[in-house]
Design a protein around this ligand. Structure first.
Ligand SMILES: [Zn+2]
Ligand SMILES: [Zn+2]
Length: 186
């Protein structure tokens, strides 16, 4: 799959180099407010598969529907929100706003969430998978997406472990370096 998109002024452009893990339509009050609309359509995808070109998005930390924070990333020039990073979501993932795709009709929601605050005039498609609030990944995601998430979480854990290892050596090493520099200066 090769989905491209960007902000309204085209300062930010992006390309998704993998298919979405899952596509959410979120009807929570926060998504309604931040989009100024009825709901947001979010493509949940590993960050490594979002290739950005052009400007670096700015970010602001907001409270999410779950009560946990998320960072919303937007264009500095035109203000279009291009994606979010939810602190509660496992793995290193972004939630790319499907409305910013060049062809937003390329994806459709796999699941509707936080329908407890869905606008009353909006009728979901017959048989649409919907939850009053959040849901369990185990029960909802296709096997392939679950496998992708597991792979990424294992990779992220080993990356953190490697970095922890470095941290335990690095302050000591840098202190020695500083000490030696001081001593040579004297
Ligand atoms: Zn822009
Ligand atoms: Zn939401």
């Amino acid at each position: 799959m090769n989905l491209e998109g960007g902000c309204s002024c085209n300062a930010i452009r992006y390309r998704l180099t993998e298919s979405p893990l899952i596509v959410h339509a979120c009807h929570c009050r926060d998504c309604q407010r931040v989009t100024g609309s009825g709901f947001v359509i979010n493509i949940w995808i590993e960050r490594e598969f979002v290739e950005r070109t052009g400007a670096m998005p700015k970010s602001v930390t907001l409270k999410g529907g779950t009560g946990q924070d998320h960072d919303a990333f937007f264009c500095d020039k035109c203000g279009t929100y291009v994606w979010s990073r939810y602190h509660i979501a496992p793995g290193d993932a972004l939630f790319v706003r499907a409305g910013t795709l060049d062809n937003p009709d390329a994806v459709k929601p796999d699941v509707h969430i936080f329908t407890r605050s869905k606008l009353p005039w909006l009728r979901l498609p017959e048989g649409a998978l919907a939850f009053e609030t959040a849901y369990s990944i185990e029960n909802v995601w296709p096997a392939e997406s679950k496998a992708r998430l597991r792979r990424q979480m294992v990779a992220a854990a080993s990356f953190r472990a490697r970095n922890r290892g470095k941290e335990s050596i690095s302050p000591e090493t840098s202190r020695r370096f500083r000490t030696s520099r001081l001593s040579t200066r004297r």
